[in-house]
Design a protein around this ligand. Sequence first.
Ligand code: NBP
Length: 477
Amino acid sequence: TSAQIGVTGLAVMGSNLARNFARNGYTVAVHNRSAAKTHALVEEHGHEGDFIAAETAKDFVQALERPRRLVVMVKAGGPTDAVIEEFAPLLEPGDMIIDGGNAHFADTRRREAALREQGILFVGAGISGGEEGALNGPSIMPGGPAESYDSLGPMLEKISAKAADGAPCVTHVGPDGAGHFVKMVHNGIEYADMQLIGEAYQLLRDVAGYSPAQIAEIFRTWNTGRLDSYLIEITAEVLAHVDAATGKPFVDVVVDQAEQKGTGRWTVQIALDLGVPVSGIAEAVFARSLSGHAALRDASRSLAGPKAAPLSAAEAGAFADRVEQALYASKIVSYTQGFHEIDAARAEYDWDIDLGKVASIWRGGCIIRAAFLDRIRAAYDARPDLPSLLSDETFAQEIAAAQDDWREVIVAATRQGVPTPGFAAALAYYDALRAERLPAALTQGQRDFFGAHTYRRVDREGSFHTLWGGDRSEVEA
Ligand code: NBP
C-alpha cells in the first residue's frame, strides 16, 4: 500500500497533524530527521490509524502515492530550506510540498517560485490552534497554486476544525505566500486581542478594585455575550487559577514580562512597508517589549503619577460594563486594521483573497476563534468591496453605542495613571478616520517649508510650492 499523505518533522505539531490525518482514515507516511521520533510516534499511536514509518528521505518519498503530497512540519527558516533541498530532487513534476510551519510569507513566495520551475506545487499553509488544534482540528490557511487545492483541499477540510455551522475552517486563501500572510495577520490580531484583554483586566483591578477571582467571573459573564471567544474563556481560567505553592492568585506569581516569537512583529513590519496603519497591533507588540525592559522599569518606578482615587464598590459595577464596551469597540478596530492589511497585500501582490472567507475560517480551531468572526464574515458577504469593517452599518452602530463609555474608560485610565495603549490607539484611529480635517495639512505645509516637498490644494488640481524664503508667492511645481 502507499500513503495518501506524508508528514516530515515529527515534533509536537508534525506528529499531532500526522495522527489527525490517520484518525481521519488516511494512510500517512511519517518521517523525521532523527528516526527515533518516527518510531516513537508509530509505537505510541500506531493503533490510531495506518502509518508507514520511513527512516530515509528516499523511503519516505517512495511510500507516497503519486502525485505526492508531502507535509513539512519543521522549525521555520533554515530547517525548512534544508528539508526542501533534501526532498525536491527526489520528487517529480506534479508532486506537492506543503509547508505547515510558521514561515515568513516572503520566504514562501521565494520557495514557491523556485519549486514551480521544477514543476513542484508548493503550498505554504498557515496552521493555527497549537498542538491541540493540530491533533483535533486546526484552522488551516493554505496558499500556493490554486490547482493544489483540488486534491489537497478535501483532505484538509476533513482534518480541520469545523465552525459552529459545520463549515470546515480551511479555504484556498490565495496564490504563493497568501496563506502564510493571512496566518501572520491572524497572529497580529491575536496579539491585539490579548493586549486589549490585558488592559481590561488591569482597569478592573486597579480602577474598579476587583480581585482576580472576581474579574474571572466578569470575563465569564462577558463570554456569554458578544465577546464570546476562546481568548476570553481562557482568560477567565487563568485569572481564577490559584498558585498551589503560595495560595496567591496565579497571575500574581508570574513575572510580568511578556515574550514573543515574532509573528506579531512581522505583522507590524509588513504593515509599515505597505503603509497600513495597524496601530492597535503595533501597540500590542510594543507593550510586550516594554514589559521586558526590566532595568528601565526599575529605574522608572519613582516617577510621579496621579493621586489614586479608586472607585467605590457602587461605581465599580457600572465601570465594568463600560470596560466591556471599550474592549468591544477596540476589538472592532483591531480587526478593521488587520483586514485592511490583508486587503493591502491583496492589491500589492495581486492576490485574490476573499476577506469574508478569511473571517469564516478563523471561526474555529484557531486562537482568535470567536462568535464575532461570524459578524465579520456577514459584513463582507453582504458587501465584498467593503472599504473597511467600520463602514459596515452594524459595526458602525455598535461603536456609536459604545463610544461614550469607551471614551469614559480611557479618561478614567488616564486620570488614574493606568496605561491603556490598545484602547487609546484604537480610539485615536477611530477619531482620525472620522475627522473632517486632519493636521496632515499642517504637516504638508511644514514639509514644503523645510524641504520644498510640495502640496496639493483643496480647490485646484496639481502640485504647488510656496516660496517660503522669498516673497511667499505660490508656484506650480
Ligand atoms: P519545532 O519548531 O520545534 O521543530 C522541530 C522539528 O524540526 C523536529 O522534527 C526537528 O527534527 C526538525 N528539524 C530541525 Br529543528 N532542523 C532540521 C533540519 N535541518 N532538517 C530536518 N529537520 C529539522 O517543532 P514544532 O513546535 O512541532 O513546530 C513545527 C512548525 O510548526 C514550526 O514551523 C512552528 O513554528 C509551527 N507551528 C507551531 C505551533 C505550536 O504551537 N508549537 C503552532 C503553529 C505552527 P529533529 O527531531 O531531528 O531535531
